[in-house]
Design a protein around this ligand. Structure first.
Ligand code: WTA
Length: 649
């Protein structure tokens, strides 16, 4: 049997992989003490974690839980930027690299903690100079440049609430996110490259800015590394980052924030057409971000941490902008992609900087598998000591491949389950404590009350069910920006108001290990990115030729899920050409962003509906996956299915 065939046979993998004695001996935690402490005193456990940070003033109350609203560490005052930067400046970390930035085209930039602190203070003063005050919103639309982290930390420093919008989003998505939170200032960039192609963010932003009356000023980062490209600057509104910074004072004290003051808003897809502005607050989020870095990623002063996520997603917030810096490690911030200019780009970065902890997504791992293990084998990956996975279920084959070829069988893997709403990792093995099972995220972290329940919310000791969280945790979302009711409707209404429903299905085995199976709602997970089917549907129906649309997911070898859209057409279906289909795909990409571009679109005169007019999504999923369809005679118009099937052939 070839090695590849052996991997394919590992779908039923059930081995337990124990961390090595050497790893255990050096781990920040290597016994059950954290679990025991959390079991015996839930609030006390979280107080211990909070004490690992610096507070200007201690809290009076650990937790107030008036479901679905929680408050953590009330009365406490802190600043997350102080914890990420200032507190390191009095000791040996002062001149240590905080961020080593590697550009797509091999430019590099290193900022020590002292230098990053100075740049953040200056930018905080720039924001103040533009009239930004505590509680105001600042939108950040930047690619993976150091200035993205600087802008986020600067907002935190002065108590402004940042809303980072992923650089891949289209003008309308940016516009809606800016308007929903009424941001005053937008921070963006003139232009750079992605996979060698021009990425002109300011041009995209300009289109959004035509309909964002709340934005008073736009700060534009000029890329000294990119092409000598010059974007359009609007007189009186648009200002260059470097001009403002040259004049900015380097002294900017941290605002003393209440633990429950909002820190940021991050929009994420849900089951309606409108993205939700997930709100995180300061104290609890800081505790979650800091403690998971310390205990799940086992961060130490000697580590070089690299999280490959984009700052536009929650992973880039918690495990780039905040968590690693709060732990005083050196981290890599990488602007590029895994396969440009060659398929070994990631391994080259690991070799170059001697990365010790590497955190990436299963979709990337599956792509690496396809490209072949010969590629990583050309690089020296011996510096790695711990690997992480996030964003979607990791299939056992990919886990074993990651373990074998990247971890060289010596690195524990943390399969970390969490969500934009949870703020930080809630489920993972602790790498120095528990064994690992390929494909299983494992156990809830200490102080986190995850259960797998049946449809009636009865807890299941083993078997398949729905993933719920029965007690609040510090980095829990506090609300949906401007829409408290949506917090209840989305997460706390399936059973009772105390039970958070995550939207995921999961199974638990006899050892209590949990395998997260994926979303059970109308949210797709495409290459680790959440996309609501309703969002795509509502864009498709805006197209003049589309009457109705239904979007479903289909299993995809690399992306996890692919997007399949079914549309009913106004006009003669028999004349729909490939160009028409391509136009529809482009229409979606232009309106939402390339990540939402459907992989397949099928056109028919109507959608398959029941006689009462309900679109039969399950049937559409079966068609997409090529499954047996069973009885379709209950459909209002069975001929529709044939019409679609003809296009599949
Ligand atoms: C999925 C990303 C299985 C899950 C941090 C969740 C996972 C959604 C894992 C959140 C994992 C994330 N195993 N599934 N380790 N991590 N997911 O908000 O469906 O972009 O609900 O946060 O990703 O996606 P989000």
């Amino acid at each position: 049997m070839t090695e590849k065939a052996e991997f394919a046979n590992l779908l039923q993998e059930s081995r337990m992989f124990e961390p090595s004695e050497a790893f255990k001996a050096q781990a920040n935690v290597n016994d059950n003490s954290l679990y025991e402490r959390a079991d015996e005193d839930f609030e006390g456990y979280w107080e211990d974690r909070a004490r690992e940070l610096e507070w200007f003033q201690p809290w009076n109350t650990v937790l107030t839980w008036e479901p679905p609203h929680c408050k953590w560490f009330e009365g406490g005052k802190l600043n997350i930027c102080h914890n990420a930067l200032d507190r390191h400046l009095d000791g040996p970390r002062r001149n240590k690299a905080a961020i080593i930035w590697e550009g797509e085209n091999y430019d590099t930039r290193t900022l020590t903690y002292l230098q990053l602190h100075r740049e953040v203070c200056q930018f905080a003063n720039v924001l103040k100079g533009l009239g930004v005050k505590k509680g105001d919103r600042v939108a950040i639309y930047l690619p993976m440049v150091v200035e993205a982290a600087v802008a986020m930390l600067a907002c935190a420093r002065i108590g402004a609430i940042h809303s980072v919008v992923f650089g891949g989003f289209a003008p309308e998505s940016l516009r809606d996110r800016i308007n929903d939170c009424e941001a005053k200032v937008l921070v963006t960039e003139d232009g750079s490259t992605r996979r060698g192609k021009a990425l002109l963010l300011k041009d995209t932003a300009d289109k959004a800015l035509e309909e964002t009356p709340c934005i008073k000023k736009v700060v534009v980062v000029k890329r000294p590394y990119g092409d000598p490209y010059q974007c359009t600057m609007k007189e009186g509104r648009d200002l260059w980052y470097h001009d403002l910074m040259a004049k900015a004072d380097t002294d900017c004290p941290c605002e003393e924030m209440d633990a429950e003051d909002p820190l940021f808003i991050l929009y994420t897809s849900g089951t309606t057409g409108k993205p939700k502005g997930v709100v995180h607050t300061t104290g609890g989020y800081a505790v979650g971000a800091h403690s998971t870095c310390k205990y799940v990623f086992d961060m130490k002063d000697t580590d070089i941490f690299w999280c490959t996520a984009d700052v536009g997603w929650v992973t880039g917030h918690t495990y780039i902008a905040y968590g690693p810096l709060m732990n005083g490690v050196t981290q890599i911030m990488f602007e590029g992609v895994p396969n440009h200019p060659h398929n070994g780009r990631f391994w080259e970065v690991i070799e170059k900087y001697r990365v010790t902890i590497f955190y990436t997504a299963p979709t990337a791992i599956r792509a690496f598998m396809k490209w072949g293990e010969e590629i990583p084998q050309k690089f020296d990956l011996s510096s790695l000591r711990l690997l992480g996975s996030v964003g979607e279920p990791i299939n056992p084959e990919a886990w074993i491949w990651y373990h074998t070829y990247i971890g060289r069988e010596g690195c524990p893997i943390v399969d970390t389950w969490w969500q934009t709403e949870t703020g930080s990792i809630l489920m993972s093995n602790l790498p120095g404590v528990n064994g690992m099972k390929p494909g299983k995220a494992g156990l809830a972290l200490p102080g986190v009350c995850i259960e797998i329940v049946d449809d009636q919310c009865n807890p299941l000791a083993t078997g398949s069910g729905l993933l719920v969280i029965k007690k609040p945790w510090p980095s829990m979302l506090r609300t949906i920006w401007g829409d408290d009711q949506r917090l209840i409707d989305t997460y706390f209404s399936k059973w009772d108001i105390q039970t958070y429903f995550a939207g995921d299905g999961a199974t638990r085995d006899e050892d209590g290990y949990i395998m997260v199976l994926g979303r059970v709602d109308d949210v797709l997970n495409v290459s680790g990115h959440r996309i609501g089917t309703m969002e795509i549907e509502s864009v498709l129906v805006e197209h003049p030729k589309v009457a109705e649309a239904a979007v479903v997911g289909k299993q995809h070898e690399i992306k996890g899920q692919a997007i399949v859209a079914y549309v009913s057409y106004k006009g003669d279906v028999s004349h729909v050409s490939e160009a028409d289909i391509a136009e529809l795909k482009k229409f979606v990409a232009d309106k939402i962003g390339a990540i939402a571009r459907p992989d397949e679109i099928y056109v028919s005169h109507d959608l398959p509906k029941t006689r009462s007019g309900k679109i039969m999504r399950r049937l559409l999923r079966d068609i997409a996956e090529g499954r047996e369809l069973g009885d379709t005679t209950t459909l209002a118009d069975p001929s529709v299915v044939e019409e679609i099937r003809k296009q599949l052939a």
